[in-house]
Design a binder for this molecule. Structure first.
Ligand code: ATP
Ligand code: MG
Length: 564
């Protein structure tokens, strides 16, 4: 990995800063599930540590018990592990440091750099000033240290109610950077904490907890997203004034992806308002949703690398994510035949009770995947789209009087079309050429199409869930007038039940991935039962991203002349 952050780290190594050590952390707040944006931060932090022979910690930033839950902690751990990263015994929680942070706050009070303020929340906001106006100092600002110590202890002991008192750093109420106008360090939150229970009534603010936690852990490079750039002076101020080890904060632009939203606040609404079935709904941009959709860890890692790290905000096209899962599954997923929209085919000259086992290749991209046997018989299903009674010029698949290949089987010719009383096609009558077994004609004659098929009496019935983008527009958050939920795609899930699948998948397990030949990649969903498999469509076979890339690389479509 090469980006502006590795350049900074290289400089530090050259200067001897941090003695050449590289230690990073991924610091999620357990107030929701991780999404693809977090995946990028995970790949970046763990990736950098790997690249420099350093370490990366997993640290929960659990400083707000009002919003944090054990369920989220568990899900985050599972997701980071699933992405393939390991933190050995370095699983930490900001709450591990509540005692240490309290002592640091006491130190700042002692040296006159922190005070207990009893202004109300609204007053604090008012006194803070604006970008154009300096703030106003609180009347409580100049309390002597021992009074502050006593009041801070009283806050801790529950002697104040929520909102009655806060601890603030004493910095500069007229600073051009509002983050330095005596920021709140501690506030009272009278809610039990998932880890420390009722021990604490006061909790450190993110800004006070974060840098000090980094320092305690010996983190050298504290990588965060751009919105913290203006917080860096505060990050530095705390460390300098407490006089402890000083990591370097570095900011990068957060990942945005088209056709989705990546803010926990919005994702939680999708869940709570039942727009999706849960955090792991396969339409969600969460890691658990992508996993259930059939994404692989390597596809997500490759996507992160490809999306890149930048100082400048941008939006990455969702097609890029799809491109990477296609690349991966093309190499790794076994092919099987399945028919989603069936049309019955009867092979008139095939013996009534005969069944042949025909050899089929599991993965043309991976010889080691071997072969399987697919049963062939007189009555088959093919895809309804693969037949047209009156085909236009460019339709090469099956039509009356036309010969096509059934994959791994025989050439067949359509001899008759059977319709119901409404004129709807219910069945095709065909003849097969026994000499073409395996799919080639000894006389060398050719056909223009190869169709997939499933033997009707051997087919497994299953359910297919076909997913489309969750939002109909590229930027669902961009409209100032409309709520993002107004852009939810009403057709984002289409259930097809039954579908017909070749019997080789009978014992497939949840999470097994397949390419349904000529259709799409699918994964076995956790809703499957012993009677019936449920398949989620991961991604279609068509690669729009490759097309898009070709177009942008060479927009005119003409060959470019090479310059010297
Ligand atoms: P959200 O806005 O989705 O709630 P957050 O920053 O509040 O995100 P955290 O749990 O604090 O969520 O994030 C953990 C880490 O992941 C942070 O270092 C944060 O900067 C990073 N991160 C969050 N969202 C993105 C994103 N879209 N792209 C890259 N990194 C991200
Ligand atoms: Mg955050």
């Amino acid at each position: 990995m090469r980006n502006f952050i590795t350049e900074i780290i290289d400089e530090h190594k050259n200067d001897g800063r941090f003695n050449g050590v590289v230690h990073t952390r991924f610091p999620p707040e357990p107030n929701g599930y991780l999404h693809i944006g977090h995946a990028q931060a995970i790949c970046l932090n763990f990736g950098i540590a790997e690249q420099y022979g350093g370490l990366c910690n997993l640290r929960f930033d659990d400083t707000n018990p009002a919003k944090e839950e054990q369920e989220y902690i568990d899900a985050i751990i599972e997701d980071v592990r699933w992405l393939g990263y390991d933190w050995d015994d370095r699983l930490f929680f900001a709450s591990d440091y509540f005692d240490a942070l309290y002592e640091m706050a006491v130190d700042l009070i002692r040296i006159g750099k922190a005070y207990v303020d009893e202004l109300s929340q609204d007053e604090i906001r008012e006194y803070r000033g604006t970008l154009n106006e300096p703030g106003v100092e609180s009347p409580y600002r100049d309390r002597p240290a021992d009074e502050n110590l006593r009041l801070f202890e009283k806050m801790r002991a529950g002697g104040f109610k929520e909102g009655e008192a806060v601890l603030r750093a004493k910095i500069d109420m007229s600073s051009g950077n509002i983050n330095l106008r005596d920021p709140v360090m501690y506030r009272i939150v009278d809610v039990p904490h998932p880890r420390t229970g009722k021990t604490w009534k006061i909790y450190p603010m993110y800004d006070f907890a974060h840098g000090q936690s980094d320092s305690i852990e010996g983190v050298t490079h504290s990588i965060c997203t751009l919105e913290y750039e203006d917080h860096r002076p505060l990050y530095d101020w705390y460390l300098d004034n407490i006089e402890i080890f000083h990591p370097q904060q570095i900011e990068f632009a957060r990942l945005n992806v088209s056709h989705t939203v990546l803010s926990k606040r919005k994702l939680i609404r999708l869940v709570q308002e039942n727009h999706v079935t849960g955090w792991d709904d396969p339409r969600m941009p969460t890691i658990s949703g992508l996993r259930r959709r059939g994404y692989t860890p390597s596809a997500i890692r490759n996507f992160s690398e490809d999306a890149g790290i930048s100082k400048v905000k941008g939006v990455v096209d969702l097609h890029k994510l799809e491109y990477h899962i296609r690349q991966d599954l093309n190499k790794s997923a076994n092919r099987v035949m399945a028919v989603l929209n069936p049309l019955k085919v009867v092979i008139e000259n095939y013996p009534d009770d005969q069944v042949e086992a025909l050899e089929a290749i599991n993965n043309p991209e991976d010889e080691a995947a071997g072969t399987r046997m697919a049963p062939f018989s007189k009555v088959l299903y093919i895809e309804r789209d693969d037949f047209m009674e009156d085909p236009p010029r460019k339709f090469f698949r099956l039509a009356p009087g036309r010969e096509v290949r059934l994959r791994y089987a025989y050439f067949i010719t359509c001899t008759d079309v059977v319709k119901d009383e409404n004129g709807h096609i219910v069945e095709l009558r065909c003849r097969y050429d026994p000499a073409t077994r395996g799919g080639a004609a000894p006389d060398g004659r050719r056909v223009k199409a190869t169709l997939h098929w499933v033997s009707a009496r051997h087919a497994l019935t299953a359910e297919a869930r076909l997913y489309e983008n969750l939002f109909t527009v590229e930027a669902p958050e961009a409209d100032a007038e409309k709520d993002f939920t107004e852009f939810i795609n009403p057709d984002s899930l289409k259930i097809v039940d039954p579908i017909y699948v070749e019997p080789s998948v009978k014992s497939a397990a949840v999470g097994d991935r397949f390419q349904f030949e000529r259709l799409a990649y699918f994964v076995v969903d956790q809703d499957s039962t012993s009677d019936k498999l449920v398949f989620n469509r991961t991604v279609t076979l068509r690669d729009q991203w490759a097309k898009l890339r070709k177009k942008t690389a060479n927009p005119s479509g003409k060959k470019r002349r090479r310059r010297n």
